[in-house]
Write a new protein. Structure first.
Length: 242
């Protein structure tokens, strides 16, 4: 692995991406790097994280977003490596499961709430004091169409994503006039490893993978949001497949 170099003398804007080892987070980390940003990538599994950090000439910061201590350590490590708070935080870590309310398992419920809802709030909590002190910064959270539309079978996932949208709407009010911006992305089904355990192509109730968005489509939306002038906020951006 290439030696990690502090960013203190560098000019590039810095991004921190959670859920970066796969899917949307990984595609977005690559796209942000291609757009000229210095990127720190975070997720639980260290080997793919370090491979990606090497590829992006960035930093790998292992983190479990459902663990408050781990999130605080991630942010402290970012400050150490970058020498300052990030300009952009993309909160993409997520887990998915399908079950109706009548048979949702306690494990699936707890995992979804812990990662998709609590994890997003913990990441926001760690970065916002720095953004607010500086009077700038952009927090992009990856919500879902399942946080706006009541999709049957989405008890654990939809409840967390609806909650995340509620949190985001509160955040927009709290951030008004501060110079800090927040965006909620709401992608439709996207062909990532999130679907691997479910095999959507074998279930007629689910979209085929070939009919889903590509992770790169969502990554381009991230770069679009990130490249708006500092005076422009995009509160919510839905991304659909036609
Ligand atoms: N794919 C879709 O259809 C779709 C549609 C709308 C919204 N979304 C949302 O988009 C986001 C990314 O999903 P994806 O499709 O890219 O999923 P994915 O391919 O399964 O990737 C999930 C990522 O999250 C990380 N992660 C999971 N649990 C974590 C934890 N506790 N702490 C830190 N990192 C964790 C995983 O890495 P490790 O396992 O190494 O931790 C991985 O990098 C999620 O928020 C998801 O809900 C997805």
């Amino acid at each position: 692995m290439a030696e990690l170099k502090p960013n203190r003398e560098r000019e590039e804007a810095c991004a921190l991406v959670t859920g970066a080892t796969r899917g949307i987070g990984r595609a977005a980390a690559r796209a942000l790097r291609a757009s000229g940003m210095q990127v720190a990538v975070a997720a639980r599994r260290e080997d793919p994280l370090r491979e990606l950090a090497d590829e992006l000439e960035g930093w790998a910061i292992p983190c479990d977003v459902s663990d408050p201590g781990s999130v605080e350590r991630m942010f402290a490590r970012f400050l150490e490596l970058a020498g300052r708070a990030p300009d952009l935080v993309l909160s993409s870590a997520g887990v998915f499961s399908l079950s109706e309310a009548s048979d949702v398992s306690t494990e699936a419920l707890e995992a979804s709430l812990a990662v998709n809802l609590k994890g997003g709030i913990l990441v926001a909590r760690s970065v916002l004091p720095h953004f607010l002190q500086r009077g700038s910064g952009l927090l992009i959270q990856v919500g879902s169409v399942a946080g706006r539309r009541p999709l049957p079978g989405n008890t654990a996932y939809g409840a967390a994503k609806y909650g995340l949208r509620g949190f985001h709407e509160i955040l927009l009010e709290e951030l008004r006039g501060t110079g800090v911006r927040a965006t909620l992305l709401e992608p439709a089904a996207t062909d990532t490893s999130l679907w691997d355990p479910i095999d959507p192509d074998s279930d007629p109730a689910l979209p085929d993978r070939s009919a889903m968005l590509r992770p790169e489509d969502v990554a381009e939306a991230v770069v679009f949001v990130a490249s708006r002038p500092a005076r422009v906020q995009i509160p919510v951006l839905a991304i659909e497949r036609v």
